[in-house]
Design a protein around this ligand. Structure first.
Ligand SMILES: Cc1cc2nc3c(=O)[nH]c(=O)nc-3n(C[C@H](O)[C@H](O)[C@H](O)COP(=O)(O)OP(=O)(O)OC[C@H]3O[C@@H](n4cnc5c(N)ncnc54)[C@H](O)[C@@H]3O)c2cc1C
Length: 349
């Protein structure tokens, strides 16, 4: 690991100022992803700014719902009584992620910002456009700065996963530059629950709808999200809903714990008898961003909870899906998972 400077701050203003002032400076939260990336020299910071002492770890009721601070630990959010009662989908998704030890360290902001688990991204000897973008100069619009900032290549460019080992990879929204997936479980629940991200930066404060926070790879796979340089995630807002009785997070993975999703499905419904009054559906493990299934939602709204309707919704959700060889099984696994998750959430299984 390369040597780096370390600063601890106690105010958001100081954190933003430190990261804006000096190139190659990163916020450090739980460190469970960033430190791994540093050890492998995928990311080589000049300075880390520890944000764990910022007053951003609270979980509190608001007029419109719930506000969760960016440095709240994943375990604290999952175990919070308000989250368990009113947003059980979020609690379930968080508990499906990583291990108890990791959840005790990982934060909400860090979870949103975690990088893909594509093996080519983590291996400097392999081609990867996300790690080594074609144009040098760092990732515009990202707080991540790569060795490219220093004018050095950080391994070969290209996409090793296309035509290579791609069992974990995307079936939606990929590009010829990158077929990696976003790895978070928590974010699948947050996109389904229509969360809003509150950020603060050198140009002031702004709100980002959760569905617009992460992005598809396109021509800039190095850019995971729409955060601007120097911006700090402050909190996430969840609007009140009527989904608490009928929510389910289904995660299909290689091991029962401590494994990333091959496919996951987050479902939240508002039911009146057997009729679906309202529904939110999102998938993980299938795209470069948390993948919301709006066509399937539109189809299901107002319909009875039947297997035939679930099958039709799943078929709509799969429109445009494309496999890359090793991950072709997801074309079957994903719709089956949608149907399964809907049955469980509507208690019709
Ligand atoms: C073995 C293993 C298994 C795992 N399994 C899963 C899993 O099954 N499901 C899952 O979802 N996750 C899993 N994870 C990932 C884990 O959830 C993430 O590593 C964790 O959530 C990152 O949070 P952190 O606070 O440690 O972030 P850090 O590592 O501290 O930071 C990650 C990135 O976020 C940036 N950052 C942090 N906070 C902010 C902020 N407030 N504003 C702006 N930028 C910020 C940092 O600068 C850095 O670039 C696993 C991790 C490991 C190591």
């Amino acid at each position: 690991m390369n040597p780096f400077q370390f600063t601890r701050v106690t105010t958001p203003k100081a954190a933003i100022s430190a990261v804006t002032k000096e190139k190659g400076t990163y916020f450090l939260a739980g460190g469970t992803n960033l430190i791994d990336l540093m050890k492998r020299e995928v990311v080589i910071p000049e300075r880390l700014v520890d944000i764990n002492k910022l007053p951003l770890a609270t979980i509190e009721k608001t007029v419109t719902g719930l506000r969760i601070g960016a440095t709240a630990k994943n375990s604290a959010v999952a175990d919070n009584e308000l989250v368990k009662k009113y947003f059980p989908l979020l609690s379930q998704a968080l508990n499906a992620g990583a291990s108890a030890q990791l959840r005790n360290m990982a934060t909400v902001g860090g979870n949103m910002m975690q990088r893909t688990r594509c093996a080519y991204f983590y291996d400097n000897s392999m081609p990867c456009n996300k790690r080594s973008p074609v144009q040098t100069g760092g990732a515009a619009g990202s707080t991540e700065r790569f060795r490219a900032d220093k004018g050095q290549a950080n391994g070969p460019t290209g996409c090793g996963a296309i035509g290579g080992f791609n069992r974990m990879h995307a079936i939606f929204g990929a590009s010829e530059k990158c077929i990696a997936v976003h790895p978070s479980d928590m974010c699948i629940a947050l996109v389904a629950l229509d969360a809003t991200v509150n950020v603060s930066g050198p140009k002031g404060d702004r709100k980002i709808p959760f569905g617009e926070f992460h992005r598809l790879p396109g021509d800039k796979p190095q850019q995971d999200n729409t955060l601007q340089p120097g911006e700090l995630i402050m909190s996430v807002d969840l609007p009140t809903n009527r989904f608490s009785d009928n929510s389910h997070y289904l995660k299909v993975r290689d091991r029962a714990s401590y494994a990333f999703a091959l496919v996951s499905v987050g479902v939240a419904l508002d039911m009146k008898g057997n009729t679906i009054r309202d529904v939110r559906l999102a998938m993980g493990g299938v795209a470069h961003k948390p993948w919301r299934l709006t066509k399937a939602e539109d189809f299901l709204r107002g319909k009875p909870a039947t297997e035939a309707n679930f099958k039709q919704a799943a078929a709509l959700a799969m429109q445009g899906a494309k496999g890359y060889g090793e991950n072709d099984f997801k074309l079957t696994l994903a719709p089956n998972s949608i149907i399964d998750a809907l049955k469980t959430a509507t208690k019709t299984a």
